[in-house]
Design a protein around this ligand. Structure first.
Ligand SMILES: [Zn+2]
Length: 408
């Protein structure tokens, strides 16, 4: 909020907003929290993450435990992220943790997500590269099987249906249009949004033509042309750029001083920071970076184009999918990258809160208005003046309860 204001919070929701400091005498049972000099913004909502998959510099199903997932949700909260959507690669335990989190019984960011997600046999997401077990991804062989998988996930409890449409530069078989369409159709019968992993414009086109609702990554090989833009508008397709995933391949080499930065240190595991000093690792990453820099630039260009055209955009990072994508840190980098793409800090913040909610059809959060969920972050500097001020976290609130202080 930009002028002195007060919020009344009741039953986890904002029940009134008024100018000034609010009444001097409060009714019984109402607690006053003094926020003088603070800037209050909606909690960040990361619409594309993965939980319980990475610990330190390793990944694997063995890390999907209740403790690890809860730890990661608490870490997000410490960085001002009050809601996340885990888009795939989650084993059955996900459904139980999701239910408890959404009932408010767990600390940390509220967990939404897709469960395992729908992939391709011997295709994306690549089991070997990503170190995935069979229970982390369903791989239907026919349209009928895909439809059954969606029904099973809907019964078990999910908020989205994730599908992978990608051939890794022609190295892997891509999902057939029939299976993609069957998956999206089945999701719609269950009132769930279908969210596609895509990388290239050809996969984005396949996704849109199959009835997918959300592109879960930015298009990074080519500029989105006017025909695709028109198809997105007509189909109401939403967009999550995840610019940081490519930057994550080279930023640690570009900026070795990060290893001593307190904000980064609060997010990055010790094993990761140690590895940043390893010369051989740095050399490999530097080479990889050459491929990723143009992807970042194209992703920014497409974001600016879609934003200008009025497409609904949410903020996501794919944090937690690999050790390079560091939960908490990635979300703040994504904000900075959106501003580098030409958006104002206010636009970036809106995308990262209201936009992320809108991508999945949630209208009651991500905005400071009466009846919205009281998921809030208090800062000691104005993020609209400089997006980096979003790091100046004083306290984090979910459903009106404080769940974190400043990142430690
Ligand atoms: Zn992902």
């Amino acid at each position: 909020m930009s002028a002195p204001s007060s919020l009344l919070i009741k039953d986890g929701r904002i029940s009134a907003i008024s100018a000034g400091a609010g009444p001097a005498d409060l009714p019984q049972g109402v607690r006053r929290v003094d926020m003088a000099g603070r800037f209050l913004v909606p909690g960040l909502n990361s619409a594309h993450v993965h939980v319980g998959h990475v610990v330190g510099i390793e990944s694997g199903i063995r890390f999907y435990t209740r403790d690890r997932v809860e730890e990661q949700l608490a870490l997000y909260a410490a960085f001002g992220v009050t809601q996340v959507s885990a888009l795939g690669m989650s084993p059955p335990l996900f459904h139980e943790i999701r239910r408890e989190s959404q009932a408010g019984r767990l600390k940390g960011a509220t967990l939404y997500g897709a469960g395992p997600g729908v992939g391709v046999t011997d295709g994306a997401p690549p089991a070997k590269v990503m170190n995935l077990s069979d229970e982390q991804v369903a791989r239907p062989r026919t349209a009928a099987e895909a439809s059954d998988v969606v029904d099973q996930l809907a019964e078990a409890g999910v908020d989205q249906i994730k599908l992978w449409i990608e051939d890794m530069n022609g190295q892997l078989p891509v999902m057939s249009p029939e299976i993609a369409k069957a998956t999206a159709d089945a999701a719609h019968r269950r009132n769930l949004p279908a969210v596609a992993h895509v990388h290239d414009v050809s996969h984005a086109r396949l996704a849109i033509n199959s009835g997918v609702d959300v592109l879960g990554h930015g298009v990074r090989d080519e500029e989105i042309d006017d025909a695709m833009l028109a198809a997105m508008k007509q189909g109401g397709v939403r967009y999550i750029p995840t610019i940081q995933i490519d930057e994550a391949e080279y930023i640690y080499v570009d900026r070795p001083e990060l290893a001593d930065d307190p904000f980064f240190k609060a997010a990055a595991p010790e094993a990761f920071r140690k590895r940043m000093a390893d010369a051989a690792w740095r050399e490999t990453q530097a080479k990889k970076g050459e491929k990723n820099r143009p992807s970042v630039e194209m992703n920014k260009r497409n974001l600016a184009k879609l934003h200008a055209a009025g497409i609904t955009i949410g903020m996501g990072t794919d944090s937690g999918a690999t050790p390079m994508r560091i939960p908490g840190f990635a979300e703040h980098r994504e904000l900075a990258l959106m501003v580098e793409a030409g958006l104002t800090p206010a636009d970036a913040l809106r995308i990262a809160s209201e936009g992320s909610a809108a991508v999945y059809g949630q209208k009651d959060r991500g905005v400071l208005k009466v009846d919205a969920a009281a998921d809030l972050v208090a800062l000691d500097a104005d993020p609209v003046a400089d997006i980096a001020n979003m790091r100046r976290i004083v306290s984090v609130w979910r459903a009106g309860e404080q769940i974190a202080g400043a990142p430690a």
